[in-house]
Design a protein around this ligand. Sequence first.
Ligand SMILES: Nc1ncnc2c1ncn2[C@@H]1O[C@H](COP(=O)(O)OP(=O)(O)OP(=O)(O)O)[C@@H](O)[C@H]1O
Length: 264
Amino acid sequence: MPDAALAHSLEPRIAPAEGSAGADTGSVLPVSAAGLVFTVNGKRLVDIDRLTLQAGGPTIVMGPNGAGKSLLLRLLHGLIAASEGTVLFNAQQMSARVRRRQAMVFQRPVVLRRSVQANIDYALAAAHGYRGFSRRERLRELLEMGGLADMARQRARTLSGGEQQRLALVRAVAASPDLLFLDEPTSSLDPASTHRIEALIHRFAEEGTKIVMVTHDLGQARRLAAEVVFMHRGKVTEQTPANVFFDAPSSPAARDFIAGRLLV
Ligand SMILES: Nc1ncnc2c1ncn2[C@@H]1O[C@H](COP(=O)(O)OP(=O)(O)OP(=O)(O)O)[C@@H](O)[C@H]1O
């Protein structure tokens, strides 16, 4: 991701917002999209009648290349504007508070040009409720969580890809967001790094963060998913509990995808 896009994607998520800590209450879930369309040059790249993401276990978004999965995450996260339709967060429009309660991690880790601990502290400084001792304690906790304590003072951009992705993840959850979007966060990582990232995702989910994640890895989807949203040609063709999806997908496209037969 180019630096300008990187700054755009990172800064608004963790920028300080107006208001007091007392105003920062109430979940942003469920997320409800209605009539959501994203068009480029007259082509409807995303075209979703209705989609609701409830609090609970991870939602895994699957589908072939070009199905519109990344665009969907970017639309829901507010990184790109819809051509038509609405996205509501617990019946509220996107706002500074809604932005603060959600985060996104990309396929290629986004880290700032500063130390590992300064990357995390940047997010904590922007978050309400972390001052003085609690901020230092949370920083220590996040470094431990990410297996990064020994690298706290190292420049973030000198970390390995897997380490950078762990940093991106713990920074994203620094302020305990309600909602975390993950766009293929392990696609370029080795099995050990993937395992560590999955363990972190499990932990965040158990702590109450709603995970909405794109992956192409069927094994990973089986390990993490509570439900699956399947996309094909810009549309959501099914949204089902994970066991139902893997045992008996209802759409022909999903059946072909699981069998490795669906290309576009
Ligand atoms: N800004 C854009 N302008 C034109 N086409 C775009 C734009 N952004 C995305 N697309 C197209 O929209 C389609 C969906 O893109 P998207 O990145 O959401 O797919 P995806 O399901 O995440 O695919 P993959 O699994 O390959 O990452 C693709 O065909 C892509 O080329």
